[in-house]
Design a protein. Structure first.
Length: 146
């Protein structure tokens, strides 16, 4: 569910400290509980958090446009989640190319510290969801259609 990825990842790591734990989240969802990365640093939980950072509450835009004909503050602007992570005592990695992602993940796996990989993603590409997938999402989110 929206925003619970980071605290859930910490719980997973506490429950199974021997396992690799990776949280993949959007930047809007990360904003709910990102301060828990400080808990990860304080507790020495070597989790990896990948934040897809496109600078927008993209998931909300279609709903707002459909219901109200416009959006309401969905633009977040640039947030360097890697730098925020460093301020909380974690390792931070910034990725802005596809080729840099695999080495960043490998670096995070080897780290003994909680690591945040901030991946610069494309908002427009995220908005370009094929219609059939959008309908499937709506069905899962709201129940059977029709």
């Amino acid at each position: 569910m929206l925003g619970t990825g980071i605290p859930s990842a910490l719980g997973a790591k506490l429950g199974s400290p021997e396992r690799d734990v990776v949280c993949v989240t959007g930047d809007g969802a990360a904003g709910f509980h990102f301060m828990e990365m400080q808990s990860a640093a304080r507790e020495g939980l070597a989790v990896t958090t990948i934040v897809c950072a496109e600078g927008s509450w993209t998931m909300e835009e279609p709903n707002e446009r459909q219901l109200y004909g416009r959006t309401f503050g969905t633009e977040m602007g640039t947030v360097r989640w890697d730098r925020v992570a460093e301020g909380l005592g974690c390792e931070g990695i910034f990725v802005d190319t596809r080729n840099a992602l695999a080495p960043a993940i490998e670096r995070a796996r080897k780290s003994i510290a909680p690591t945040v990989i901030s991946v610069k993603t494309d908002r427009d590409a995220n908005m370009a969801v094929p219609a059939e997938l959008g309908l499937r999402f709506a069905e899962v989110y709201q129940g059977p259609l029709g």
